[in-house]
Ligand binder design. Structure first.
Ligand code: E4P
Length: 214
């Protein structure tokens, strides 16, 4: 499973990068706004640091506008993946991107039929929003399972990027289902390392080590 960090915060990306287990980054307009920085600055810093896939989202809502942004973003680096919302215009833009060899991540996916459209359009990634479905009382992980099943039936190459993961159990469930990628906040990635028995065990080993004659 590939691990992407869902953030526009450079310090968080630097830390995860230092752990050596970071495969890529996903951003969205809300995450960029949270930094209080200009998009161009955020984008430049992320692309300088991360050589794996970096999803940068378009903000136009019509095909022509999306394509203008997609071309400009893709020109920034070979690792750029253009994030496009799952609308009619968005799907049409994904088809054009595929023809131009521009990688895409179709975002705001809340149903398997939407994911089917993204695969037919030739998207590189589909992002089902697990946490946001859970928020409204649906089973977000079931959507990941349905998409994997539908894609498997037809051999679609679009990768399932489990998004809006909010806690370690989400990551585990997505991994058990075989999602190709999980994108998660820094806090969730940090939590994956933690287990009280690990801390306790290490404490004991270090204490006992002090008793070993020099
Ligand atoms: C996906 O790429 C989105 O940026 C993200 O996962 C949304 O997560 P949220 O629902 O926690 O905002």
């Amino acid at each position: 499973m590939q691990f992407f960090l869902d953030t526009a915060d450079i310090a968080e990306i630097e830390q995860a990068h230092a752990w050596g287990i970071l495969d890529g980054v996903t951003t969205n307009p809300s995450l960029v706004a949270k930094t209080g920085r200009r998009f161009d600055d955020v984008k430049r810093d992320i692309l300088a640091l991360v050589k794996g896939p970096v999803s940068l989202e378009v903000t136009a809502t019509d095909v022509a506008g999306m394509m203008e942004e997609a071309r400009a973003l893709a020109a920034e680096g070979s690792q750029v993946v253009v994030k496009i919302p799952l609308t009619q215009d968005g799907i049409a833009a994904v088809v054009q991107c595929r023809e131009l060899g521009i990688k895409t991540n179709v975002t705001l996916c809340f149903s398997a039929n939407q994911a089917l459209l993204a695969a037919k359009a030739g998207a590189t990634y589909i992002s089902p929003f697990v946490g946001r479905l859970d928020d409204i009382g649906h089973n977000g992980m079931q959507l990941v399972q349905e998409i994997l099943e539908v894609y498997e039936n037809y051999g679609y190459e679009t990768q399932v990027l489990a998004a809006s993961l909010r806690h370690p159990l989400h990551v585990l469930e997505a991994a058990r289902l075989g999602a190709h990628v999980g994108t998660m906040p820094y806090s969730t990635m940090q939590q994956l390392f933690k287990h009280p028995m690990t801390d306790l065990g290490l404490q004991r080993f270090l204490a006992d080590w002090q008793k070993v004659p020099a």
